[in-house]
Design a protein around this ligand. Sequence first.
Ligand code: ADP
Ligand code: ASP
Ligand code: MG
Length: 445
Amino acid sequence: MKFGGTSVGDVAAFERVFAVVSSQLDRHPVVVVSAMTKVTDALLAAFETAKKGDFAEAFLSLTPHFERHAEVSRHYLPEDGPNLFNAELDLARDELSDLLMRVTRRSLPLQMLKDAIQSYGEQLSSRLLTEVLKAKGVRAHHVDSRRLIVTDDEFGAAQPLVDGTNELVKLELEPLIGEGEVPIMGGFIAANRGGETTTLGRGGSDYSAALVAAALQASELQIWTDVTGVMTCDPRICNSARTIPVLSYEEAAELAYFGAKVLHPKTIKPAVDNAIPVRVCNTFEPNEIGTMVLTDSPEAENKIKSIAHKKNITILRISSARMLGSYGFMSRVFQVFEQFRTVIDVISTSEVSIALTLDNTADIDKIVPELERLGDVEVDPGYAVICVVGEGLRASTGLASSVFSTIKHVNVALISHGASSVNLTFVIKDEAAPDVIRKLHAEFF
Ligand code: ADP
Ligand code: ASP
Ligand code: MG
């Protein structure tokens, strides 16, 4: 069972988690929990402030977040007797102070310090949840994820080493589960082989949960969040969004990849590989079934299951008349992105040019000069990717036409269709996205 940040945001949220966990004790759950909502953002902001040299401000900015943890602890943990969580909180405060100081002084590599700092969200939430559940009579047992999930050295977006992780997860968790205890661990955080703290990328707690589910061959992976499953579009954009009862793994992967934040893209993989059904459920409506993600799923009647989107996308266009009729152009373009470990989302090509979209533009200043050796380069920020997803989309006649006629008033900058059988993807200006999503949603749902 994975609980997201909003599911552990405040005192009331912890009560809901307790209700969900305690209602399924007979199924022997393992609990993976995210940082309390907004805490990871706050830790990252503190890191940036410290990087600019303002240690005092960086540390001070965390005070309200320490207080949020303390408030939950005061509410649930008995006043008589030792409060194990408060001791942890004091320790975390000291360690964070030390780490932020190191950032200002650059006394360790920044990437390493950044992961160490952002790991405190999950370190604290998992310890707090353990103590709260224990106080309410659940046999909860805290397990430090950094002893279980082993990754490579790519700080900030570390890749798990699956065999090692499987072995450790089984070794540590199976005896606890066997004794009727409920292991509680933080998502998102891991460690490399040298024991240094790493993280799996933003939203990565889903991934941690999937890795643990796969290692234990769990009967189900439950992703508990603040909406009832995966919906026909982001409910924050369109209030008539509905829950999708069943999705195939492929549909879920496309949706997650193209911005349906509710599932982390990589979550799908360990679950698919091990045929573990994934269920996305709502802590506010625990009795609703939510969305089941299964190996296969029936086609929707109109083929379209959901509309995902991702904002803040940059288009890069590379054109080279020199390359007309010659091979190797694409390969050289891709090599540049490989060199800077930058992921391309959508791509469209012609004889002498390539247009592609990037979500992560951290290295764009280095990428562009390299590409300029191949041809003319144009950088165009401020776009959104819209992705219409549904099993059977590629094979159906007339769908592209009805999608585009619904939005004929907007300029489409790029289209990709046919690579996957389940999606139709296009790119428009950021500011047009909410209206386009609402129009498509009204038309198809
Ligand atoms: P958590 O903290 O539980 O991991 P996230 O914020 O990562 O939660 O994901 C849940 C949010 O995803 C929802 O509040 C919703 O606004 C957003 N979302 C975007 N697209 C969709 C979609 N198609 N279906 C459901 N939720 C979506
Ligand atoms: N706390 C991390 C984040 O905000 C991981 C997660 O919530 O899944 O990205
Ligand atoms: Mg999430």
